[in-house]
Design a protein around this ligand. Structure first.
Ligand SMILES: [Zn+2]
Length: 386
């Protein structure tokens, strides 16, 4: 596996950031707040993580509609374009648009093109040697399907980028640590052995999209190339990191991707209002650090996260890991309470392990799923148990 000192890259990490994406508004009542990306940018600035050697900030441009057409059906893209222009009819509900999760939003077409352009730009900069790792915080729309919108996701920036990478003959692994199962990506590449898909998520027994069982292994040529790790409610850092390390490093090593696309949703955090896992920034930071070391080239996207300020903190820590920098806060204790939540002192949470019966249940379930993959998935991919 590649080491962090791998030569051949100008920078360690590139931040691909468009303020226009952060300013896009899903509506006051909608939990998805793209503005978290600007909060993250401000935190990164405050912690000395922008500028200087080893990092670069890049302003992305909108993708061509051709990029989205690699992933989505033309009829669906046509609906998306019309919704964006202010048209709406009930037939669009069949395409997932007009629900509470995916309301008809003016400008959504342009938003999707810019988000996809940003993720594709991440892929370009890691391929051309500008940086080993690149991060688009307003990306990772993993619930968008080829023919419909779902779960706050209208167009799949990750799916379209993976399609383009496959078109160029690249070997791709997709690793999804968002609390929700990456159902749109799974569905699109379910029969495909050119991309290894790994999703760790809260079990479908308790959370949308209510699937993502370990037994969904892929089909046909893709059998064995779809790896789900469903986790019980109240799974904490310790259980999560153990499950991640039992699955992800050995599978990446066996598959040998040239590029890893990682969805770094921060909605696994214990404060997230939509989910029931119990991670802190510490568990999140540990697995993102692993991904940074394991991936020869890393395309990272933000994904979910509905506690706005904690998501910004998680992504700041993720960016620090990509940049191989230690956050330095010269204003420690002075402004944190005002800007980033009263309880904040530094970026990292105190450890908050789950205790008692809930912990045992979460641990037993995680170990059962990891063992299941060691028995069923690892032999198919020639992976060694850790
Ligand atoms: Zn999510």
């Amino acid at each position: 596996m590649a080491e962090s000192t791998q030569p051949g890259f100008v920078h360690k990490a590139a931040l691909v950031y468009a303020d226009e994406l952060a300013r896009f508004d899903y509506g006051d009542q909608h939990p998805f707040k793209p503005m978290r990306a600007r909060n993250m940018l401000e935190l990164c600035g405050r912690y000395g993580l922008l500028g200087g050697d080893g990092v670069v900030q890049i302003e992305p441009a909108a993708a061509s509609p051709d990029l989205l057409a690699l992933f989505h059906e033309p009829e669906y893209l046509d609906v998306l374009r019309r919704v964006s222009g202010g048209q709406f009819d009930l037939a669009m509900l069949a395409r997932g648009i007009g629900t509470d999760d995916c309301p008809p939003l003016r400008g959504i077409w342009e938003f999707c093109l810019l988000a996809a352009g940003s993720t594709m730009r991440c892929a370009e900069v890691v391929l051309d040697g500008t940086a080993r790792r690149a991060f688009n915080p307003v990306g990772g729309f993993h619930h968008a399907f080829r023919d419909h919108a779902e779960g706050f996701c209208y167009a799949s920036d990750v799916g379209a980028t993976i399609e383009e990478l496959l078109r160029r003959g690249k070997r791709v692994a997709y690793v999804d640590i968002d609390a929700h199962h990456g159902n749109g990506v799974q569905d699109a590449f379910y029969k495909d052995d050119r991309v290894l898909k790994i999703s760790l998520h809260e079990s479908g027994a308790t959370l949308y999209p209510f699937g993502g069982a370990e037994t969904e292994l892929g089909e046909g040529k893709g059998e064995g190339f779809n790896v789900n790790v469903p986790l019980a409610e109240k799974t904490d850092d310790e259980v999560y990191v153990e499950a991640f390390r039992g699955i992800v490093p050995p599978l990446l090593e066996a598959f040998g991707p040239e590029i890893v696309v990682a969805e770094l949703g921060a909605d696994t955090h214990l404060s997230d209002p939509l989910t029931h896992l119990r991670l802190t920034t510490n568990g999140y930071e540990a697995v993102v650090g692993d991904l940074c070391r394991l991936a020869p080239r890393l395309v990272a996207v933000g994904g979910g996260g509905y506690d706005v300020f904690r998501t910004a903190r998680c992504w700041t820590l993720a960016w620090a890991a990509m940049a191989e920098r230690t956050p330095q806060d010269e204003y420690a204790g002075l402004v944190g309470g005002m800007m980033f939540g009263a309880e904040m002192d530094g970026l990292a949470d105190r450890p908050m392990p789950t205790r008692g019966e809930a912990k045992e249940k979460a641990r037993d379930e995680a170990r059962r799923v990891v063992e299941w993959h060691h028995a069923h998935t690892f032999p198919r991919l020639g992976a060694r148990r850790p």
